[in-house]
Design a protein around this ligand. Structure first.
Ligand SMILES: [Zn+2]
Length: 295
């Protein structure tokens, strides 16, 4: 999409918005929370999960409260980690609506529509193939080794930005480690980030104290909402192409059973679409299908 066109959409959105209502969509993952460095800490069946779930909840709340301080009035939190039911609804700040549970057609972006003014990615993590990032993966670590969007390595943040583009809504905040913040920049230039930890390896990070992390998220969220009038939807040229490299050729072969998915080499497939939401849905279908044989 022509950047000038997207900017004018962003400006129009401010005028269209119902007087006094400012809506923020929060997609929350878990691996990007300060202090989280291991799968056992973010796997619901593990004993440590209960504690780390609490840290996530406070970071989500810091984002909501920061946004409210910046002028946001309504919030929808789409839980996007594991079984997607990690938060406690009555402990959510801002009287946020809570979209939780599995089999959501638009997965990490379910619930977003053009009535929202901005998107937050909270507790996100780095891509499988990028610079070492705590608990890095791209949707499915058992199946996918790398995804590129328009030739640029994309994590879940870049891929999910396709849905925001489809609705013409800017992505204005990301929280997580340093790698995660850097990876979204090509797709959402100028995005505010709250870097709550610095990754040492896939399973080690130097984290801020949780209180510091929450303060940083609060500030970044407030500033992101205040700057919404200048924000533009994601900068992704359409038609867009996702290139998906798998861990083995069986997975690439299986992905080509989906209409429009083209084999590029033994382990790589390509998907192209001029409609960013349709492209995202096709990618989610690839993820779901290959999950069945990933090992
Ligand atoms: Zn996750």
């Amino acid at each position: 999409m022509d950047p000038a066109a997207t900017r004018s959409i962003a400006q129009c959105r401010v005028e269209w918005t119902q007087e006094g209502v400012l809506k923020i969509f929060v997609s929350s993952d878990m691996e990007g929370t300060a202090g989280v460095v291991d799968w056992s800490q973010c796997t619901p069946s593990e004993p440590e999960f209960a504690y780390y779930r609490g840290l996530l909840q406070e970071e989500v709340n810091a984002a909501i409260e920061g946004a409210a301080a910046g002028g946001a009035t309504e919030f929808l939190v789409n839980d996007s980690h594991s079984k997607m039911a990690n938060l406690r609804p009555d402990a959510l700040a801002g009287r946020a609506r809570y979209l939780s549970g599995r089999h959501k057609p638009l997965y990490m972006m379910q619930g977003l529509d053009a009535s929202f003014d901005g998107v937050f990615f909270v507790s996100y993590h780095g891509s499988m193939s990028g610079t070492p990032a705590t608990l890095s993966h791209t949707y499915n670590p058992q199946a996918i080794s790398e995804v590129r969007l328009g030739g640029v390595v994309a994590g879940e943040s870049g891929i999910n930005a396709l849905v925001a583009l489809g609705h013409g809504v800017p992505v204005v905040l990301i929280t997580g480690d340093d790698t995660t913040a850097a990876e979204i920049e090509p797709f959402c230039p100028g995005i505010r980030s709250a870097v709550v930890k610095s990754s040492v390896s896939r399973f080690a990070a130097d984290s801020l104290h949780p209180m510091e992390a929450r303060e940083l998220i609060h500030e970044a969220a407030r500033d992101a909402v205040r700057a919404l009038p200048q924000a533009a939807p994601p900068h992704i040229t359409l038609p867009a192409t996702l290139t998906v490299r798998f861990r083995n050729p069986d997975l690439a072969e299986m992905a080509t059973w989906i209409a429009g998915v083209v084999r590029m080499d033994a382990v790589t497939v390509g998907l192209t679409d001029e409609d960013p939401i349709r492209l995202y849905r096709k990618f989610v279908t690839v993820v779901m299908l290959t999950r069945g044989i990933a090992e």
